[in-house]
Design a protein around this ligand. Structure first.
Ligand code: ADP
Ligand code: ADP
Ligand code: ZN
Length: 217
């Protein structure tokens, strides 16, 4: 099973992916997490990506396509995967189609999580992320049991630098311009399911699960 989570920053892609990978036993490919780990380690990939990420801009297509190609061909993805935050441009979507053709697989469903802009800003500026396992929390809407400590692994929570108000606003502009065209791209292929993401985390999860089980839009 290959699932793509599409939606603006703060829509809840990572939050839903955490639940979906457990439920369906899928590999998890989040290009944002992979890039942040590279920046933290100071690797050549990280050095290449850092400035783009800090400014809320997209990392060049070739770079992220290379990452995803490598991950999708790894053994743990043979049984299926969730892509979170990729593709983010039409060029990335076309490159993905080509990789999938090469490895003889296809996309099962694209889940587009829709959320109002004002709500996105509240979610992103209150987001906290685990330094160790990248689990996601929110200071009000999804707080950890112990303040600043990850429920899953005990790691320390931090606020992403690009979750500041000004960078969030820039990321939303970038989303509308470069990523939103993918909604049409996948709709035309009959792969799109639109989910109202303005609700509770568990309600959204059950809607996504039933869409995956019935394959419906
Ligand atoms: P969000 O919470 O906005 O969904 P991500 O963690 O997915 O954020 O991405 C953080 C940053 O990493 C992006 O602003 C961008 O700079 C970079 N990035 C992640 N995925 C991609 C991608 N597919 N293409 C280009 N840049 C990406
Ligand atoms: P994305 O991966 O799409 O950028 P996240 O899953 O990181 O989004 O969610 C962004 C923030 O909003 C996080 O702080 C998360 O805890 C919170 N959040 C996610 N889903 C919901 C929801 N349905 N209602 C309220 N807050 C949510
Ligand atoms: Zn953790």
């Amino acid at each position: 099973m290959l699932i793509i989570l599409l939606g603006p920053p703060g829509a809840g892609k990572g939050t839903q992916a955490e639940r979906l990978v457990k439920q369906y036993n899928l590999a998890y490919i989040a290009t944002g997490d992979i890039l942040r780990a590279a920046v933290k380690s100071g690797s050549p990939l990280g050095k290449q990506a850092k400035t783009f990420m800090e400014q809320g801009q997209l990392v060049p297509d070739e770079v992220v396509v290379g990452i995803v190609r490598e991950r999708l061909t790894a053994p743990d993805c043979a049984a299926g995967a969730i892509l979170d935050g990729f593709p983010r441009t039409v060029a990335q979507a076309q490159a993905l189609d080509q990789v999938l053709e090469e490895i003889g697989t296809k996309i099962d469903r694209v889940i587009h999580i829709e959320v109002d802009e004002e709500e996105l800003i509240t979610r992103l500026t209150g987001r906290r992320v685990c330094r160790e396992c990248a689990a996601t929390y929110h200071i009000k809407f999804n707080p950890p049991k112990v303040r600043n400590v990850c429920d899953q692994c005990g790691g320390e929570l931090y606020q992403r630098e690009d979750d500041s108000l000004s960078t969030v606003q820039e990321r939303l502009v970038v989303y509308n311009k470069q990523t939103a065209p993918l909604i049409d791209y996948y709709n035309r292929e009959g792969l799109l399911t639109v989910i109202d993401g303005n609700r509770e985390i568990e309600q959204i999860f059950s809607q996504i699960s039933s869409a995956l089980e019935t394959g419906s839009s």
